[in-house]
Ligand binder design. Sequence first.
Ligand code: CP
Length: 309
Amino acid sequence: MKKDLLGIDDLSADEIYRVLETARAMREIGERPIKKVPTLRGKTVVNLFYEPSTRTRTSFEIAEKRLSADTLNIAVAASSVLKGETLADTAMNIEAMSPDMIVVRHASSGACHLLSRICRSRIINAGDGLHEHPTQALLDAFTIQQHKPDLAGLKVAIVGDLLHSRVLRSNVLLLTKLGARVFVSGPPTLVPRGIEQLGVTVSARIEEAVQDADVVMMLRIQQERMQGGFFPSLREYFTLFGLTEARIRLAKPDVIVMHPGPMNRGVEIASEVADGPYSVILEQVANGVAVRMAVLYLLAGGVEHETAA
Ligand code: CP
């Protein structure tokens, strides 16, 4: 792997398979009575989250601790960011304390690329703006593989707020690299222009996307990123694009239902489906730890690197 994990865009299919294979070994560590190995002993990992997170931040911290790294969480709300310090200055000051890796979530697309250019530490993208959320796509692929070992040829339907979703972008890049057929659907106002160029099929109706699907992945309506009215009401959105039991019956009988979280129950997904027999949503969360352990391990084991100019 390269010095940093900035996006799925940078990974080859072989590198993705290597992460997934390593995650299988890491999952086994999580099943032991003592869930800890000395792999990252002496390494320091800083978790720098400028946006809220439950799953990603927690699973990175658990992954770091299971690998025996020294971990530090920067609480942005209690830091000098509130006094106006820029992202670059904050990162350079953290760098001065010689961490080995910095896990970053930021509202700006490209924030991790900026840090990659100025930091010696390895940078891991934990979600940057509308751009990418690579470890989410890796844990999603790992979860799919547990149910359907060969991703090539699978029909994957991704439905919801496509416009604001970094999870969509990372998943589309990964799934198409591994040969899956990706169908996307959402209200026209929430479909990014030119998305077909990523190799997906756009379906105007959720029913078309879900028909005979092996995997249905629902995306959250990101109201915090919406200024205007992208659709008339949440009730109408659920009527037109919500995943209901009736709609999931259009998919293959062994379909799995995914959601990266946090879920808006009754908006993009009915509770009966989220908690029903096809749902692997909590498996995704559990797999996040193993996949993030794999990423940390592979980045730490890479060759010595030079900081880009
Ligand atoms: N899936 C995801 O990124 O969840 P969090 O925002 O809780 O980290």
